[in-house]
Design a protein around this ligand. Structure first.
Ligand code: SF4
Ligand code: SF4
Ligand code: FES
Length: 506
């Protein structure tokens, strides 16, 4: 049964929303952002900051939009003089003790206190410059969280996250009135596997990430939509890059997968994206050594090897490779009607599972790979040991980005990777590929959800996305058509691969 719709007007705009919707959410539908601090759609409503005051016709005084449900015929004014005056008063109160830290504060540029003060705060303070502001020293809350009490506006988002979402209530509001601050249990640390979310939730620069401390100003960052490669959950993330270096990973809201949160393992899983020891040019074996060459010669070498080959071909692939690359790696051997008998396998690093108890179906998964499901759907096996044994006698072995490569093969080894492991030095051809931050692609998470990620920075040297490299090889060997984009490769795989028909990337 469809939800009952309630009709109201907000700043003169008619809005229809399901019964029970909060005025602050209804306003979003009308394109109106009601200033707020304590409200967050991923947390229980607290109604403590009073920043979201709005005027509602027939109500005797201003109401808080975050705790008021819509009603039929309601008339809401967010920009009326009383509403603006009310919020201006709240801002003045919040700023009484707030330090002028913006020039040295990590949050500057993405701070809601800055934004709303700029938007509708008083033009100047009514306090004397000699007024002694409250001072409390910075506290070390946990492995990656610092607390700067002077900047805290006591919105309690952090307290509610730990209590209601992480279900580890180690934070509280200590003291009262203008002495209040966020306290941590004396025997506890903020070391819960999902604790880093308090830094994102804090609307000001009061909770800071040690990892990101003074690394960059918010306005220097470029933001790219991506998918976490930390485990098979497949959380939506934003990669923040500064001068083509990934400096921060933050959650991207995705109500189906991770709501507004990511775990600390995923948050810290980015340094390898900036590795400097990359393969930057195709390499071919000549006189017992690898020599740099161009893409034409490298592709031609592989094509020559494939043309004459018969017997078994083994693909040892990383479950961190895109589904486009995995599909084209399969097509290189299995497609095109050649005389090769194809077999593919992958191995997954396992770790401890760590659920975020307050959100159903959200956990750091034991399987630390983003695309194991995609590999399985394409027919790659989990029996890596059997594939390794088969590789010993195979005519051709393709390895796709397995940096811990240990493979004995009498046949020909083709290695496509980001870095060159010792075991790949005997390869006939080495092909440099982009990592996840340097290409577009798609992963299929543990629930079979295809999710696209995008390029955040350029690949080094001559490295190219694996799907591009494999499609060039196939074209050179006469075993398939070239694809120009990841989206085209995805289209081709959904048309060709049985288990993937109807898969639509989100
Ligand atoms: S530390 Fe940040 S999130 Fe926690 S109460 Fe203070 S302002 Fe709110
Ligand atoms: S749960 Fe998995 S996918 Fe989500 S942030 Fe953590 S490691 Fe990444
Ligand atoms: S956002 Fe409504 S009271 Fe804080």
């Amino acid at each position: 049964m469809a939800d009952e719709l309630i009709n109201l007007t907000i700043d003169g705009a008619p809005v229809s929303v399901p019964k029970g919707t909060l005025v602050i959410e209804a306003a979003k539908q009308a394109g109106i952002l009601v200033p707020h601090y304590c409200y967050h759609p991923g947390l229980p409503v607290a109604g403590v900051c009073r920043m979201c005051l709005v005027e509602i016709e027939k109500a005797p005084k201003l109401q808080i939009a975050c705790a008021t449900q819509v009603a039929e015929g309601m008339v809401v004014r967010t920009q009326s003089a009383p509403a603006k005056q009310g919020r201006m008063g709240v801002l003045e109160l919040l700023l009484i003790n707030h330090p002028l830290d913006c020039p040295i504060c990590d949050q500057a540029g993405e701070c809601e206190l800055q934004d709303f003060t700029f938007q509708e705060g008083r033009p100047a303070t009514r306090y004397s410059p000699d007024y002694p502001k409250r001072f409390n020293p910075v506290e070390d809350f946990g492995p990656d969280v610092l607390y700067v009490p002077n900047r805290c506006i006591l919105c309690t988002r952090c307290v509610r996250f730990m209590e209601d979402i992480a279900k580890e209530p180690v934070l509280n509001v200590s003291e009262r009135g203008d002495r209040a601050y966020i306290g941590i249990h004396p025997d506890a640390r903020l070391d819960h596997p999902w604790a880093g979310n308090v830094v994102d939730l804090c609307p000001v620069g009061s909770l800071l990430s040690k990892d990101f401390l003074h690394k960059a100003r918010a306005w220097e960052l470029d933001k790219t939509a991506s998918i976490c490669t930390g485990c098979s959950q497949g959380c939506s993330i934003t990669l923040d890059t500064r001068d083509n270096v990934v400096v921060r990973v933050r959650p991207r809201p995705n109500l189906e997968v991770n709501r507004y949160f990511i775990c600390d393992h995923g948050r810290m899983n980015y340094r390898w994206m900036n590795r400097g020891d990359r393969i930057e040019a195709p390499l071919v074996q000549r006189d017992g050594e690898l020599h740099a060459t161009d893409w034409d010669e490298a592709c031609e070498r592989v094509a020559t090897l494939l043309r004459g080959a018969g017997g078994r071909a083994v693909a040892l692939v990383s479950p961190k490779a895109s589904i486009e690359a995995l599909f084209l790696a399969r097509e290189l051997f299995a497609g095109g009607g050649g005389g090769l008998e194809w077999m593919g396998a992958f191995q997954v690093v396992m770790g401890e599972e760590a659920p975020l108890v307050g959100v159903p179906d959200l956990a750091l998964r034991a399987e630390r790979a983003p695309n194991a499901k995609g590999a399985e759907l394409l027919g790659y096996s989990r029996d890596y040991a059997a594939a390794l044994a088969a590789a010993e006698t195979a005519a051709i072995v393709l390895v796709l980005d397995e940096p811990d490569l240990v493979v004995r093969t009498a046949g020909t080894l083709i290695y496509a990777g980001t870095v060159l492991p010792e075991g790949a030095r005997a390869a006939a051809v080495v092909l440099p590929i982009a990592n996840v931050a340097e290409e577009d692609g798609t992963f299929v998470n543990r629930d079979g959800r295809a999710q696209r990620y995008f390029q955040a920075k350029p690949a080094p040297g001559m490295a190219r996305p694996a799907w591009w490299v494999l499609s060039e090889l196939a074209a050179a060997a006469g075993r398939g058509e070239r694809v120009a984009t990841a989206a085209e490769a995805f289209e081709r795989l959904t048309a060709a691969a049985d288990g993937l028909r109807g898969l639509v990337p989100a």
